[in-house]
Design a protein around this ligand. Structure first.
Ligand SMILES: [Zn+2]
Length: 178
């Protein structure tokens, strides 16, 4: 069994004002090398899939209802340490390499395929499909490098607070007393 995550909540008014957040990052507890402003969304649990009975209208309705449920907090001056910045850069670089590498393999094999002999076309089709799949998969490291994942925070479902999962001790210690 996994231990329950340690969760703290910060009032949304607090994180919306610059200068209220600790000088150490929430993930590693290291000194902040940079402060960032970003929009932090709430997590909306996916609704049960009613694809079988659904039609286009109900799907559109579901998406718009989901959009109204997502609450956003505009976080000001969140501390990021060098390790945070490095892991962010790593995931974004990986995502870019996958996206453009996949694009190159996909487009390249189509271009080469137009001039290729019959026997090689099949192999090129495999490369094209592989490149296309890698392009789609590049969304995962892109998401992993997002600020919400890096700092381990999200907005609460009602939008009144920000939830931080497993914050560092240095971060928690510097929060204003509640
Ligand atoms: Zn950090």
């Amino acid at each position: 069994m996994q231990p329950l995550p340690n969760v703290i909540t910060l009032p949304a008014e607090l994180v919306r004002q610059p200068g209220n957040l600790p000088a150490h990052c929430s993930r590693h507890g290291r000194p902040a090398a940079k402060r960032v402003d970003f929009a932090l969304q709430s997590k909306v649990p996916p609704e049960p899939n009613r694809a079988l009975s659904g039609n286009v209208l109900s799907t559109a309705d579901r998406i718009s209802r989901r959009a109204t449920k997502v609450k956003v907090t505009h976080v000001k001056g969140w501390p990021l340490c060098r390790t945070c910045q490095r892991s962010r850069a790593f995931w974004f670089t990986l995502s870019l390499v996958m996206f453009f590498g996949g694009l190159l393999a996909f487009a390249g094999s189509l271009i080469v395929g137009a001039f290729a002999a019959k026997g090689t076309v099949q192999a090129l089709a495999g490369v094209a499909i592989g490149g296309f799949v890698i392009m789609i998969l590049s969304a995962f490291p892109f998401h992993r490098g997002g600020l919400a994942r890096i700092v381990g925070a999200s907005t609460s479902a009602d939008g009144t607070s920000v939830i931080v999962v497993n914050p560092s001790e240095a971060f928690t210690a510097e929060l204003p007393p509640r």
